[in-house]
Design a protein around this ligand. Structure first.
Ligand SMILES: *Cc1c(COP(=O)(O)O)cnc(C)c1O
Length: 361
């Protein structure tokens, strides 16, 4: 059997023990004589899976009781519309910070339904930093304030949250969920597509403060109304059953094998520092993000020479370090080092980069 080090931005690596458990349970889940893929979502046994996944997520993320957890479909991108439709009904205004492609797409989609103000942007420098925010420029009566917490393509992250006062803070945490502890109580909504750090593609987790449910626009499709899913325990229709099951296994891995999110963070910091230290000392490779805003999860870097970049990606692939090509909008390389990437994968990558540097300078 061959396993490569997969640095994909998503879908991405899953813990090997999770894949092994899923394989072992594939034909007969806990003596039911069925695969989880084949079960009725209304069966008692499937109920233990979705309820178990929610309970574990609440425990691992320390989610307060006045928040609902929803398991939805349509990817993170569907939330770009669902959020303004559900929240944008008091003043019909919201503030957005443009820190990359996902935040920009979210703002564009919101602007179809509400007044979606851009309060800051880092587009002037290819989104290589998080803009400094001045609360006096925020819309006082905004229905919410929107950020993309970790910018998957550009490799930046908020180390400090904007002070939005009573305005609910909404954050896309698709590429940093479960990577470190987060104070859920500071947010109105946290949401994430699963395929970066939690499960295969197919489920989107929405963590929403209860008082923000029940104010959707009349035109909101039933399936995009958070109330629909909150009232039905994410079972209004068929949920993405198998993906939720894998999410449960991943949460068990974080809780039992890793030891929780504080430990997860330590490991992620270790991996990121190995890579950033190498980049900071390399004469060939350099990181593209200002040091104070660097992501723990996505690390873009370049040689400054497109031909050398392509050569590096090709040789890395031949050596089983795969999916290191940067996003088409940035070029260069990007190593996504999500939870499931072992420390050893980053150590070996850095060793390979050092050898490549020696051969090419
Ligand atoms: C991948 C990603 C998305 C898009 O997710 P889909 O599930 O493909 O819609 C949105 N936001 C962030 C931060 C992402 O990393």
């Amino acid at each position: 059997m061959k396993r490569v080090y997969n640095f994909s931005a998503g879908p991405s690596m899953l813990p090997q023990s999770v894949l092994e458990k899923a394989a072992a349970e594939m034909l007969d889940y806990e003596g039911s004589g069925q695969s989880v893929m084949e079960m009725s979502h209304r069966s008692k046994i499937y109920g233990t899976i979705i309820e178990g996944a929610e309970a574990l997520l609440r425990e691992v993320m320390n989610i307060p009781d006045n928040y609902k957890v929803l398991f939805l479909q349509g990817g993170a991108s569907t939330q770009f519309a669902a959020i303004p439709m559900n929240l944008g009904t008091k003043s019909g205004k919201a503030d957005y910070v443009l820190t990359g492609q996902w935040a920009t797409k979210a703002q564009k989609e919101a602007a179809r339904y509400i007044q979606a103000n851009v309060v800051a942007s880092s587009k002037d420098k290819t989104f290589s930093y998080i803009p400094k925010l001045d609360p006096s420029t925020f819309t006082k009566d905004a229905d919410y304030f929107y950020i993309c917490m970790n910018n998957t393509i550009y490799g930046t992250v908020y180390h400090e949250l904007p002070d939005t006062g009573d305005v609910p803070l909404v954050a896309d945490i698709s590429s940093c969920i479960l990577s470190e502890p987060i104070d859920v109580s500071k947010f109105g909504i946290l949401y994430a597509g699963a395929q970066k750090n939690m499960a295969p593609a197919g489920v989107t987790i929405v963590i929403i403060r209860e008082d923000l449910i029940g104010h959707a626009m009349d035109i909101t499709p039933t399936m995009l109304n958070f109330q629909t899913h909150a009232d039905n325990g994410s079972m209004f229709n068929t949920p993405p059953c198998y993906t939720i099951y894998i999410a449960k296994l991943v949460l068990e891995w974080i809780k039992n094998d890793i030891g929780g999110l504080e430990k997860m963070k330590e490991i992620n910091e270790k991996k990121a520092s190995i890579l950033y230290n190498f980049l900071d000392n390399s004469k060939l490779f350099k990181g593209t993000v200002v040091p104070e805003d660097r992501s723990l999860m996505n690390v873009p870097f370049i040689t400054g020479n497109e031909e050398l970049d392509a050569k590096f990606v090709k040789e890395a692939t031949e050596n089983d370090f795969v999916n290191l090509k940067g996003h088409r909008s940035v070029g260069g390389m990007r190593a996504s080092i999500y939870n499931a990437m072992p420390v050893e994968g980053v150590e070996k990558l850095v060793k390979f980069m050092g050898e490549f540097e020696a051969r090419n300078s």
